[in-house]
Design a protein around this ligand. Structure first.
Ligand code: IVH
Length: 671
C-alpha cells in the first residue's frame, strides 16, 4: 500500500470517528477547525489520487448540485405499518394478548417488551453490504419506494462505512429521518423571509427535504436519523434489544430512551414518564412503540396483512385541556374587522398558561355552539397557537344562552356590516373608532412601516388617549415637554420617541405608502404602487383605470386607494406629513444609471445577497428596463439567485428550464 493510500485510509477513518462523536454521541472529539484541516488534507490527497476515490469517503457528504430523478426500488421485505393504540389500557390489552398467544401464564411477569420513542419523521430503509452503505430507499407504498441514496448520504449521523464488527455481510436497517426542531424553525424562518409557504410540521419538512433534487440543499437543512429495526438473513443476536445495541456500536443513532421491560406496571410507568420527557427532546415524536423483544416470539406472533402482531404504537393525545369560558370579547382590528376571542379561566397547556384563544369569526362561534360559561376544550394546534376544539355539553349550566355575536362595534357603538362573501363583520366607522385609529397608529410606527422606535403598542394608545396623537401626522408635531407630562414617559423615553420620529423622515416612499393603512395595500402592493406612480401627488390623482394599469393592482385595491384619498382628512394628513419632511416621492433617479439592457426581460429574485440588498437589485432591474416578478413562470427570463434560494423556486426554475444566475453574473451583465 502506498503511503498516500495509507494516509487516505487513516484520514477517512479518523473523520468518520469524529463525525460519529459529533452527530451521534453529541460529544465532539475535535475542534471544528482541526476537523476542517483533516477534511482539507483528505480532499487534497483524493484529488491527487483519483484512482483511490471512494463514493463513501467523508468528502462526499457535502452533496452535489447535479439534478436527477429518483429511481424506484422494490423492498426485499415490504415496509409495513404499525397498529395504533391511544390509551394505556389498550397497550395493556395488547401485552396480555401477546402473552396469551405465546402461552406465557406466569401472571405478573410478561414476555420481555421493548419500549422506544415513535419518531415523527419519514421512514427510510438502508441497505449495507460489507459494512458500506449501498442504498437508501423511502417507504413509498410499502412495496417499493424511491432511491434517495444521494440525499441520505448527506445526513451526517448516518454511517456510510460502519465501525465495530459483527455486522452481517448484507443487511437492512430501518429508521426514521427527522428534521430536529431547531433546524425546522430555522428553515421556516428562511422560508418566511423568502415569502415561501411554511412547513406545517417537522414531519412534512423532513419528507419534503428528503425528496429534493439538490443534495447540497438537503445537506444544508440538517436532517437527522434514528434507527429502530434490523433485518437480515442472519442477525447477530436473538433479541431486538441486543441487535439495536449492536447497531449502536456500528455507528447508528438508536434512541437512548429504548428500555427493556417485563411487566405491565413497568410499561405503564414508562408511558407516563416518556409523555413528559418527550417535550424536552430535540426532535418531534408522536408516540411510543412497543415491541416483543425475543425474535423467536416475534416469529410466532407473526404479521397481519398490514402490520406485525409483535409491535404496537401508542399515540400521545394531542395536548388538550378543559377550562371554563369567562366571556367572549369582540376585538376591533385596524381595518375594522371584528374578531371574537374566548377569555378563559387560565389553564396550563404544553407548558404555557392559556388565557385567551381566538374564535376567528361568527361562523366558527356558531359551529361550536358555544354558550355562556361553557367548559371548553383547548388544544394547541402545531403546539403554538391555542385553539378551541369543542364544548363539554354535559357541563353546561342550565339556562345558559348561546354566545351572541355583537351587532354594534364594542368600541364606538356603530352598527356592524357583514363583508359580502366573507365570514367577518366590520365596523364601518373607520375614522371615528378608537380601536381602529390606535391600530393604525401602531401599524404606522411598526418596524416594516415608519419604524418609529420608542413608540410601542402601549405608547400608541397612551398618546392617543392623551390627545397628543389623533392621527398619524400628529407624530410630527410632538414636543418633549408634552411627552414628559405623560405617565410612564420620562425625558429619556421622550427623547427616544422624538429621535424615532425624526429618523422616520428618511424612510423610503414605498414604506410611507404602506404605513397609511389603506385596505389591501400590504408591503408588496405598496412597493409596486410606489414604483408605478413615483410620487404621492400622482398616486392621489390616479383614476381607477390608471391604477389597474399598474402591475398587479386589481380593481379591489384600486377602489380602496380611491376611497382612501377621497376622504379630505386623509388628504390633510398627507399634507402635514409632507410639510414635516416625510418622503413623498422615490428618490430622484440618476439618469446615467438607466439603460434598456434588460428591456422586455422578466426576472425573479430569490435568496439572500451579499453585494447589494434585494431592494437594490429590484431597483437595478427596473432602472435597466426589466420587470421584477415574484413567481417563476414560463415567462420568466431568468432567476437572480442569492444564497439559500428557496427550494420550491429552485425546483420550479429547473422544471421550466429557466436559467439561474448569481449576483456576480448579474452585475457583469449590467457591465
Ligand atoms: S417499528 C414493522 N419503531 O412509525 C414495524 N417504527 O406507524 C416497523 N416509526 O413506518 C416499524 N418510530 O416510520 C418502529 N421506534 C419506532 C418508530 C417507528 C417511528 C414510524 C415508522 C413506521 C411508522 C408506523
Amino acid at each position: 500500500m502506498s503511503s498516500a493510500e495509507q494516509r487516505i485510509n487513516e484520514l477517512r477513518e479518523e473523520l468518520n470517528r469524529h463525525n460519529h462523536a459529533y452527530y451521534v454521541d453529541n460529544a465532539p472529539t475535535i475542534s471544528d477547525y482541526d476537523y476542517d484541516m483533516l477534511m482539507k488534507e483528505l480532499e487534497k490527497l483524493e484529488s491527487e489520487h483519483p484512482e483511490l476515490d471512494d463514493p463513501l469517503s467523508p468528502t462526499h457528504r457535502v452533496g452535489s448540485d447535479i439534478t436527477k430523478g429518483f429511481q424506484q426500488v422494490t423492498h426485499a421485505r415490504p415496509m409495513l405499518s404499525l397498529g395504533n393504540t391511544y390509551s394505556i389500557e389498550e397497550v395493556d390489552d395488547w401485552i396480555k394478548r401477546c402473552n396469551d398467544m405465546l402461552g406465557n401464564s406466569s401472571g405478573l411477569k410478561s414476555v420481555p417488551i421493548v419500549g422506544e420513542m415513535k419518531f415523527d419523521g419519514t421512514s427510510i430503509s438502508l441497505i449495507y453490504e460489507k459494512g458500506r452503505l449501498v442504498r437508501a430507499v423511502t417507504r413509498g407504498d410499502g412495496e417499493k419506494g424511491d432511491d434517495v441514496t444521494e440525499n441520505v448520504k448527506t445526513i451526517r449521523s448516518i454511517p456510510l462505512v460502519l465501525s465495530g464488527e459483527g455486522y452481517p455481510e448484507s443487511f437492512e436497517i430501518r429508521g426514521e429521518i427527522v428534521l430536529p426542531w431547531r433546524a425546522f424553525d430555522k428553515l421556516n424562518e428562511e422560508r418566511a423571509f423568502n415569502e415561501e409557504p411554511l412547513f406545517a410540521n417537522p414531519r412534512n419538512a423532513a419528507a419534503g427535504t428528503l425528496k429534493l433534487q439538490n443534495s447540497a440543499e438537503v445537506s444544508r437543512r440538517g436532517l437527522d436519523a434514528y434507527f429502530y429495526y434490523l433485518l437480515a438473513d442472519e442477525l447477530p443476536c436473538q433479541t431486538h434489544y441486543d441487535n439495536m445495541v449492536k447497531a449502536r456500536e456500528w455507528g447508528f443513532k438508536v434512541s437512548s430512551q429504548m428500555t427493556l421491560m417485563d411487566s405491565i406496571d413497568e410499561v405503564d410507568s414508562f408511558i407516563r414518564r416518556l409523555d413528559i420527557e418527550r417535550k424536552e427532546l430535540p426532535v418531534a415524536t408522536d408516540g411510543l412503540v412497543f415491541k416483543v423483544n425475543d425474535l423467536r416470539q416475534q416469529l410466532n406472533l407473526g404479521f397481519t396483512s398490514k402490520s406485525p402482531r409483535w409491535a404496537i404504537a401508542y399515540k400521545f393525545a394531542a395536548e388538550r385541556a378543559l377550562t371554563r369560558l369567562r366571556f367572549v370579547s369582540f376585538e376591533v382590528g385596524r381595518m375594522g374587522i371584528i374578531t371574537p376571542v374566548a377569555n378563559l379561566e387560565p389553564v396550563l397547556l404544553s407548558g404555557t398558561i392559556v388565557k385567551r384563544a381566538s374564535l376567528h369569526n361568527e361562523d366558527i362561534v356558531k359551529s361550536l355552539d358555544i354558550h355562556e360559561h361553557d367548559m371548553l376544550y383547548v388544544e394547541k394546534g402545531g403546539e403554538i397557537i391555542p385553539k378551541i376544539t369543542g364544548v363539554d355539553v354535559d357541563a353546561r349550566e342550565q339556562g345558559s344562552s348561546p354566545i351572541k355575536f355583537v351587532t354594534t362595534c364594542p368600541d364606538c357603538g356603530t352598527k356592524l356590516i357583514r363583508i359580502p362573501g366573507e365570514a367577518s363583520w366590520q365596523c364601518p366607522n373607520k375614522y371615528g373608532c378608537r380601536h381602529q385609529i390606535i391600530g393604525r397608529l401602531e401599524h404606522f410606527v411598526g418596524r416594516h412601516a415608519m419604524d418609529i422606535e420608542g413608540v410601542g403598542e402601549e405608547n400608541a394608545a397612551l398618546l392617543f388617549d392623551a390627545g397628543l396623537v389623533k392621527n398619524i401626522a400628529d407624530f410630527y408635531t410632538l414636543k418633549a415637554p408634552e411627552l414628559e407630562m405623560l405617565e410612564r414617559v420620562g425625558p429619556r423615553t421622550a427623547a427616544r420617541i422624538l429621535e424615532g420620529v425624526e429618523a422616520s423622515k428618511s424612510v423610503p416612499f414605498d414604506r410611507v405608502v404602506y404605513s397609511l393603512s389603506i385596505p389591501f395595500v400590504g408591503e408588496t402592493v405598496a412597493r409596486k404602487l410606489a414604483r408605478g406612480v413615483k410620487n404621492m401627488d400622482t398616486l392621489m390623482a390616479m383614476t381607477r383605470e390608471q391604477l389597474v394599469a399598474i402591475d398587479d393592482i386589481g380593481p379591489k385595491i384600486a377602489d380602496a386607494i380611491i376611497e382612501y384619498f377621497s376622504v379630505s382628512s386623509n388628504r390633510e394628513i398627507i399634507d402635514c406629513m409632507r410639510d414635516a419632511g416625510v418622503q413623498m416621492a422615490l428618490p430622484e433617479e440618476d439618469e446615467s444609471n438607466r439603460t434598456d439592457l434588460l428591456s422586455g426581460k422578466t426576472i425573479v429574485i430569490s435568496g439572500v445577497f451579499s453585494r447589494h440588498s434585494r431592494e437594490e437589485y429590484k431597483m437595478m432591474i427596473e432602472n435597466n428596463g426589466g420587470k421584477n416578478s415574484g413567481s417563476i413562470s414560463k415567462k420568466t427570463n431568468f432567476v437572480l439567485a442569492g444564497d439559500n434560494m428557496g427550494p420550491s423556486k429552485l425546483e420550479k426554475a429547473r422544471s421550466l428550464g429557466v436559467p439561474i444566475i448569481n449576483e456576480d453574473e448579474f452585475l457583469a451583465m449590467l457591465g
